[in-house]
Write a protein that binds this ligand. Structure first.
Ligand code: SAM
Length: 293
């Protein structure tokens, strides 16, 4: 069913405002964000203690309610009820845009289902801020967010990403970034251009631009600290014959492809192929060395 929203029409019921907050530099708070946070009846915050610091800084004394992934199920209907009664709510996450790898989407959906206007404010966001300084094609882009933690799923998802021509944007923690770039070398190859955007907007903001291999070496030499956005060039050869998906290759062809394309020693290529195909290493080894059973 088609629904239209006139955001600023007078209504009896309240409004849900989505308010981005700084990702590290308080000066990035907008005048409008401050005004809305002052004016609403409640602020639904991912972490009330964290947001209190922001509220203190801008002398905002609006009451907060916690709204995070562990209580969103109970909290969502309560917040919708308040808005149906005419109260206005601003939702904020710990940093950046609500809903972008952060809580928010459930409340947005529930508010829309209840016919409540959802009004977004523009503002800080780590992905887009990093993208515009990356030097890689700003569009089209594909925002992935956080990659899975388990190695098998990580490799699967990187393989899916490798079918894309768009610039790829990931969020990653400092503990895992090296592992992810290592896997990118195996899946994207050592020459793909990537950019690490570290501590964006903060005092130690830093950009590391280079090939997957070069960035991996940087990660090996440096102490890895802070928050990272990882941006990767898209695959420019998606349609080329050399980049047919591995499903079309025999095991031996697949190992040969990994050796040639990604410059891997045969042992490492066998390991990667086994991982990609979820097969025992010995099976790939046997096929590669044409050992018959
Ligand atoms: N909602 C946020 C946004 O709009 O960007 C993202 C929240 S997500 C839970 C946090 C992740 O965003 C971090 O792990 C990091 O990957 C990225 N991030 C947030 N702030 C950052 C910054 N100042 N510099 C680099 N990356 C940042």
């Amino acid at each position: 069913m088609l629904k239209t929203q006139k955001s600023f029409e007078q209504k009896e019921q309240g409004t849900l405002y989505l308010v981005p907050t700084p990702i590290g530099n308080l000066d990035d708070m907008t005048f409008r964000a401050v005004a809305i946070l002052k004016e609403v009846d409640f602020i639904a915050s991912e972490d009330t203690r964290n947001t209190q610091k922001l509220l203190n800084h801008f002398e905002i004394d609006t009451h907060q309610l916690s709204y995070h992934e562990h209580n969103s199920k109970e909290r969502t209907p309560q917040l919708v009820e308040k808005m149906l009664d005419g109260e206005t709510i601003a939702q904020v996450s710990d940093a950046g845009m609500p809903s972008i790898s952060d809580p928010g989407v459930d409340l947005v959906k529930a508010a829309l289902d209840a016919g409540i206007a959802v009004v977004p404010l523009p503002g800080p966001n780590a992905a887009l801020t990093a993208l515009i300084a990356s030097g890689l094609a700003p569009q089209p882009f594909y925002f992935y967010g956080f990659l899975p933690r388990k190695k098998k799923e990580l490799v699967e998802q990187l393989n899916e990403c490798n079918k894309r021509e768009e610039t790829l944007i990931f969020y990653e923690s400092p503990h895992r970034i090296k592992k992810v770039v290592e896997q990118m070398i195996a899946v994207f190859g050592p020459q793909r251009q990537i950019v690490l955007a570290r501590e964006v907007t903060k005092r130690f903001e830093e950009f590391v631009r280079g090939s997957t291999q070069e960035v991996y070496e940087w990660l090996t030499e440096e102490q890895i600290r802070g928050e990272f956005v990882l941006i990767a060039e898209g695959n420019s050869e998606v349609d080329a014959e050399t980049h047919e998906t591995w499903e079309d290759l025999s095991l031996k062809e697949h190992v040969d492809f990994m050796i040639e394309e990604h410059n891997l020693p045969s042992k490492k290529a066998i390991k990667e192929v086994a991982l990609l195909r979820d097969l025992p290493k010995r099976e790939v080894y046997a096929a590669y060395h044409e050992i018959s059973g």
